[in-house]
Design a binder for this molecule. Structure first.
Ligand code: ZN
Length: 192
């Protein structure tokens, strides 16, 4: 976990922080916490999320415990370039839904002195690494892996169990379709 007190932050440079884990592990909650602290310090913050994620709100990022911050919804990660203006801190939620262009973009922003905080799922519902998250983990200075609690056995959980037989990697849903599971209790559902 990054110590986000101002004293521990690098000076005169940008950097990338990645918050990653399964669903219901508190990724968005942690993203909101960091962004709020930056806002309290009067830093200019801009927050982005993909068009695909309208589960809770079209113009906010919202955690499962119903904390929220206003955000800008974009289709293509390249749209960020014209939208960040003079923001010092850039938050990106649900990064697994963006293209691999996000890697170069995050690097460019960090090179320009921005603090970039990215949250996203590290594995799909089959337990396969979910691009572009593995690549983002490789270029990030700070990585936080959040764990949930397995709904079957109570162990720490890092997998997302799809509870239905819907086909396809991207099926947007919440606890109606998904739950957190540990390695032992997770299985790949047979596709319909
Ligand atoms: Zn379990």
């Amino acid at each position: 976990m990054i110590d986000s007190s101002p004293h521990s932050m690098p000076k005169d440079t940008g950097w990338i922080e990645v918050i990653t884990g399964c669903m219901f592990s508190g990724k968005t909650e942690e993203l909101i916490r960091r962004l709020r602290r930056a806002q309290i310090a009067n830093q200019k913050v801009k927050i982005f999320k993909p068009q695909i994620d309208t589960r809770y709100s079209a113009n906010s990022i919202v955690s499962h415990n119903e904390q929220s911050l206003p955000s800008i919804m974009i289709n293509d990660i390249n749209e960020i370039k014209t939208l960040i203006e003079d923001a010092q801190v850039i938050g990106i939620d649900e990064a697994q839904f963006f293209s691999n262009d996000i890697i170069d973009i995050c690097n460019e922003l960090a090179d320009k002195g921005k603090r970039v905080i990215v949250a996203g799922l590290d594995q799909d519902y089959k337990g396969v690494p979910f691009e572009p998250m593995p690549q983002l983990l490789a270029v990030a200075e700070y990585i936080t892996k959040t764990l949930a609690i397995c709904l079957e056995c109570g162990n720490p959980a890092d997998r997302t169990q799809r509870k239905t037989a819907l086909p396809g990697r991207v099926v947007v849903g919440t606890s109606d379709i998904y739950e957190a599971r540990c390695r032992k209790c997770h299985y790949i559902p047979e596709e319909a």
